[in-house]
Design a protein around this ligand. Sequence first.
Ligand code: AMP
Length: 277
Amino acid sequence: MNTVTALPELRAARRSLSGTVGFVPTMGYLHTGHISLVQAAMAECDHVVASIFVNPTQFGPNEDLAKYPRDLPRDLAMLEAAGADLVWTPTVEIMYPSGFQTWVEVEGLTRPLEGEIRPGHFRGVTTIVAKLFNAVGPDKAYFGQKDAQQAAVIRRMTKDLDFPIEIVVCPTLREADGLAMSSRNTYLNPGERQAATVLFCALSAAKSAFDSGERGAEKLRALVRKTVSAEPLAKLQYVSCADYDTLEELETVRCKALLSLAVYVGKTRLIDNFVIG
Ligand code: AMP
């Protein structure tokens, strides 16, 4: 496995890869969810390129940029074991040199949900992903369903800016008790870790109501609220039952919908979602 930092090095290493390239962008502190994206890329492409970059522009001023967990040696060992060919670990100075002032912004899809709570977040995401796409030039890029709105926004950007890249969205990997794997789970103390299963429980309660015939979106949202409110360490930030493609809130679930929520467990903000219908 080749690990590079500087842009010219990345470009040279990329040129030496013949055949199709699958790309897995990450912020590091890898877990099995990230590795599942690498495995999906390995199965479909001749080579796999991963990036590790904690992107400062997608964090708000009061968010966890400074304490975001990092462990580069462990990440590189995991990527090597998974079979990645090339890992790019750029610095903030490489991605945002002094004088940087160009941004990529997707409009409508970034307004609700995470976009409403985290102003500027998706502008940071789309700008960095566009820059990573330009530098790596992959045939396919792999994202997790865990960040459902992010995947939708990236798909829109890729289409709108004519990137010749296929966006592949992979299922959310979960711990045995249902908690979606996330680098941020590391912030949870043992009591909070236990309480964090409430996201999965709340989504499961709504999903089983849906499976039993409930189609009222507000009824499904109410079930999520009720489940989360029963957990003293958890505080619901939002719950949404929205059209899968437009992310507009629904009254009735008639076709594919995204049931999503954001919850504070102690000081840690966690998100999760199920696709229903
Ligand atoms: P991050 O390092 O958090 O920016 O995540 C990098 C990529 O891994 C994103 O496409 C995420 O959606 C994806 N990802 C994060 N957690 C999971 C998970 N539990 N299962 C599958 N993919 C995930």
